[in-house]
Design a protein around this ligand. Sequence first.
Ligand code: SAM
Length: 204
Amino acid sequence: MISDFADGFWRARAESTNASIRWTDATMLELDITMVESQLRGGDALLDLGCGTGDLFLPLLHRLGSVTAVDMIPEFLGRIPADPKITTVQSNVVEFSPSVPFDLAVMFGVVTHLSLEQETAAYRVLRTAAPAGTVIVKNQCGRDADVDVDRWSEAFASRYVGRYPHVSRQAARLAEVFGSVEVVPYPDAMNKWPDSLHVAFICH
Ligand SMILES: C[S@@+](CC[C@H](N)C(=O)[O-])C[C@H]1O[C@@H](n2cnc3c(N)ncnc32)[C@H](O)[C@@H]1O
């Protein structure tokens, strides 16, 4: 199952890194942060599902009221600097149970590592977490079809398994959970492979 691979993959990444786990270039991180920032109103309560080492929200902390940062890998959470605004939670994204409403909930780069059933379950978690707020889901998508990746990765020097859902099918699944879904493709220059593209889905 894809999530079993993801578990081993991210545990290995925890051992092979000691700081940020991002491997994309600075431009991608900048675009991701700008995407999150575009939906902030200031003082917001943010939920980051699958937060990794917190790279998406740390530069925006001054504009946030609070952050709940959720990841399954405790080592990643341990690399997030202690701050009274930040609460870290070790949990699988599909098992996270929000106890307060969030203004903005984001899940970046995680769908790639979830089965179809987990993907839909994660959307329900996001909807429950931000019942009247905004949700951003961002990941790599298949351009014309679902793309299942299982290949040797030079970047990681390991096998890499991932699921890039067809962009329209992912949008349709999100539309089953959210009232509106805006599809925002990232610039072409960011897309390394001809059959896939990075997409953010902004949901209300
Ligand atoms: C590509 S990284 C993205 C990290 C962060 N969102 C960012 O954009 O910098 C994917 C993250 O999702 C986490 N992850 C993957 N599957 C997960 C799951 N089922 N439950 C919780 N975390 C998960 C991994 O541990 C990893 O930190």
